[in-house]
Design a protein around this ligand. Structure first.
Ligand code: GUN
Length: 292
């Protein structure tokens, strides 16, 4: 088993981003600037946004976290997004998901100017991604591609099985792996809650992407010897063992699956760190104007 080490790869790519950000700042007189909107106080979302902001500072970006109480209206939120859309000092905007039930995430996603949509969730970016055109790629799938590329893993012709069809990870990941690009050129199966014989589908995979949000969902009996296993799960459980008061578990039963896999990502220390890198790269591209 070889480890796909998110700590190592993310640190290396962040060094490159830092150099590019400094060059951008020297040339333009301002730093790349990411704004993150956080509604309410979901524990996971708070942690993720804090980490995004911290990493922006680390690579020399400006970052602003705008927080709203859980009772903000959809109209108020859209009004703020429209303000940011036309603010030339802001390059990228993300609205952290999930949102409270009274706010429609699709309306919010479409309110964001696609040229500032560094989450890559806007239908224009998704459509352009499917067509293999320049676009913002959703941060987690983007991070996974960067990880595969870093280790020089040849994905062409391989059978990839994605577990979970979320808008954020599973669906875009399935498109990206199927594209005529590198990494890509896979034969992709996208599995979900209504898939029959899911374990048998996963067992066929040369590449498994587990993004279903269930602790230890992928077990060793579902894994073909030599498979490449990408674990997107970040399942939080309260714990007295850690300083933070919680412990993270992936969607993959790491200890047993690692014995069969050729490559595997750990949790923590795998895909989560690469997601940040995907977001930082998108924000830098947004500032430089190289995509739009
Ligand atoms: N919630 C979980 N992952 C993400 C993400 O990548 N972006 C946003 N905006 N919300 C999320």
């Amino acid at each position: 088993m070889n480890l796909l080490d998110g700590k190592l790869v993310s640190a290396k790519i962040k060094e490159d981003i830092k150099v590019e950000a400094a060059a951008f700042t020297a040339a333009s007189g301002r730093k790349p600037h990411l704004v993150a909107i956080l509604v309410g106080n979901d524990g996971g979302s708070e942690t993720y946004v804090a980490s995004k902001m911290r990493n922006c500072e680390l690579v020399g970006f400006d970052s602003t976290n705008i927080r709203y109480d859980v009772d903000i209206t959809e109209e108020q939120l859209i009004a703020k997004i429209k303000e940011i859309n036309v603010d030339p000092t802001i390059d990228g905007l993300i609205v952290q998901l999930p949102l409270p039930k009274h706010i429609d995430p699709d309306k919010i996603t479409e309110a964001i100017d696609y040229r500032k949509d560094v989450d890559g969730f806007h239908p224009i970016n998704l459509g352009r991604m499917q067509r293999n055109l320049p676009c913002f790629i959703p941060a987690t799938p983007y991070g996974i591609l960067l990880m595969l590329a870093h280790y020089g893993i040849d994905t062409a012709g391989k059978k990839a099985v994605v577990v979970g069809r979320s808008n954020i990870v599973g669906s875009p990941m399935s498109i990206l792996l199927a594209r005529n690009s590198n990494p890509g050129n896979c034969t992709v199966t996208l599995t979900h809650s209504r898939t029959q014989n899911l374990a048998e589908e996963v067992l066929q995979a040369d590449i498994i992407v587990a993004a279903i949000g269930k602790k230890n969902f992928v077990t060793a009996d579902m894994v073909k010897p030599g498979a490449i296993v990408i674990d997107v799960g970040i399942n939080r459980e309260d714990s007295t063992e850690t300083k933070s008061g919680f412990k993270l578990y992936g969607d993959v039963d790491f200890d047993n699956v690692a014995e069969k896999a050729s490559w595997i990502t750990p949790v923590p220390g795998g895909v989560g760190l690469m997601t940040i890198v995907g977001l930082l790269k998108n924000t830098l591209e947004a500032a430089k104007g190289t995509i739009y």
